[in-house]
Design a protein around this ligand. Sequence first.
Ligand SMILES: C[S@@+](CC[C@H](N)C(=O)[O-])C[C@H]1O[C@@H](n2cnc3c(N)ncnc32)[C@H](O)[C@@H]1O
Length: 251
Amino acid sequence: MMQYRRAWGCGGLLAGALAAAAWLYAGRPRERVPGHEGLDDPEVAKAFNRVATLPHMRLLRRFVARRAARMVQHGEAADLGCGPGHLVFQLARQAPGLHVTGVDLSDEMLAQAERYAERSGMRRRVSFEKGDVQQTPFPDASLDLVVSTLSLHHWSNPIAVLNEIARVLRPGGSFLVFDLRRDLSAPAWVLLWFVTHFVVPAALRRANEPLSSRNAAYTPEEAAQLAQQSRLDGWRIACGPQWLAIQGTKA
Ligand SMILES: C[S@@+](CC[C@H](N)C(=O)[O-])C[C@H]1O[C@@H](n2cnc3c(N)ncnc32)[C@H](O)[C@@H]1O
């Protein structure tokens, strides 16, 4: 009898949790909601950096760095919206023939990246520059590879950035712009909601991250439209259940 009651209790709790999750998911924003992550706020930047060192973020960067290093092994590379620079270091490790420059708007992020660079043992193979990725500091046709992770959804004019990529890449150079996709699966969306409300440090919770990033992200169809409207050629959209990438090789 006792066991029946317990089973009914657990079943009831599970059904309640599933109903609550379904209700939350049904209320998610469907259209894109551009947002500001506030990474110039030192507390938010520090909190982001803590999250960025967690295992799933490391896996994500390894995945992107491997894909990028398969495209190009030598020459000059840039990471647009590099944040604290983790992908810059990962890529430099993965492809020892590359020099990688990280570009970011945020002083906080760049200061953190410079601190890591001092300790990385790769000081001569990485650099960081402050700048807006819509107007990068690179001369025309000077780069062999351009990468970016989790920054596309922040760009106020993403077509201008794709045009910049077309300008700064040499013919035959490759690009990989990787981001979350907004049309996440229901379980992934519910997990993101849970993480935003109960797991991330308080500074990120106040900025409604990472849910805000999901809301500002593109669907694969929208990403294709951006690429189509830009001067970038040789692109294709690659995607997985939770991510998308605008990637390819300039003709
Ligand atoms: C979510 S963080 C991602 C950082 C890093 N790419 C990573 O994957 O850990 C987004 C970064 O993009 C930068 N960013 C956003 N808009 C930018 C712009 N227009 N120019 C340069 N950096 C930008 C922000 O300052 C921030 O560091």
